[in-house]
Design a protein around this ligand. Sequence first.
Ligand code: SAM
Length: 186
Amino acid sequence: MAVAPFCARVTAVDVSPLMLKVLKAKIDKARLDNIDVVQAGFLTYNHKEELADFVYSRYALHHLPDFWKAVALAHIREILKPGGIFRLWDVVYNFDPVEAEERIEAWCSSYDTAGDENWVRADLEEHVRDEHSTFTWLLESIIQRSGFEIEDVNYSDDGMFAKYVLRALGNTVTTQHKSIARVGRT
Ligand SMILES: C[S@@+](CC[C@H](N)C(=O)[O-])C[C@H]1O[C@@H](n2cnc3c(N)ncnc32)[C@H](O)[C@@H]1O
């Protein structure tokens, strides 16, 4: 919604019918008429419009295990124009495995008493236990392997969040692999 006034069209994608219902109500209230709302996932969304200039994803990619993150990122790369931007925010662990226990405990205990308006300690524990946030150094390898250049990244001081600006490389991953295969044959 925030970006809609600056765009010709926006496609809002989520798997959850409830999230989309809330979103549709907000769009109607704001009288925005250039947002298409689509129920689909990272892996199932079928982009039928012209290639996009920008994709933005916030706090959602961690729902996928790493193998599927890579497939999803390659899919997003194919939706973007070459040179297009993917703004990716997520819970990503910016530390080494040996620090994990201390860092995770520090994060969870920072929400011990009050939490904030959205999360309490139990939500963070559930996130770490059941969801698929990964290390920055793994995610960044997946990002690069999926056809993006990391133009900028901002890590939170507690090492729990990362905000990336990713640029879609000229060739899609599929095309890169085809040209590698061609080189292999000659
Ligand atoms: C923490 S919420 C974030 C919602 C919203 N993006 C935001 O920043 O406020 C995580 C969202 O990821 C969505 N989600 C979970 N699995 C998904 C998938 N495979 N593909 C797309 N979205 C997914 C959930 O339905 C939920 O809306």
